[in-house]
Design a protein. Sequence first.
Lengths: 110, 114
Amino acid sequence: GQQLNQSPQSMFIQEGEDVSMNCTSSSIFNTWLWYKQDPGEGPVLLIALYKAGELTSNGRLTAQFGITRKDSFLNISASIPSDVGIYFCAGRDNFNKFYFGSGTKLNVKP
Amino acid sequence: DGGITQSPKYLFRKEGQNVTLSCEQNLNHDAMYWYRQDPGQGLRLIYYSQIVNDFQKGDIAEGYSVSREKKESFPLTVTSAQKNPTAFYLCASTARGWHTDTQYFGPGTRLTVL
């Protein structure tokens, strides 16, 4: 299957700092999605992006659908301890299949 | 409340036994998916179904089987042929249509084969 490269793999930051993570693909996607997963739970959708160039915010989270349709980034501003978790990107192809990055593990020090 | 339910949350089975994981959704979504997640890794697609009575193999279908007799239900059977079945299994569903292709997940089932 298609591979999504998600970076960084993990981050250790201080509370209040901003965070940025991104995903790149070898193929174009029609949709980019960003999820947060807590241990032992299912991923929870944070932001959905449907159009190349689209920039969408959800509270302190901002994500963009890259112009080439092969990449996306997620920014978290003013991080707080409850932001701790694993963040996944996902892309949808023309056949309604979804492909996932390997995740970015975020640690926030109070 | 609308959503996706998976049961049970934790499942233990002896090696060599088949086991079926339940997934039900009341979101009226057409498409349903099964993923496998191993520690520290992303999600890998096992099977997916775009419509009732139809399903396709994903990237790691060997040792698994599914059925889609009802729109609301997409059970996954982990057979004895699956060499390494211990994992966290996630079910998801998606509404079809332009700008509604967003995938939602259930809470997951952790399967441990002893």
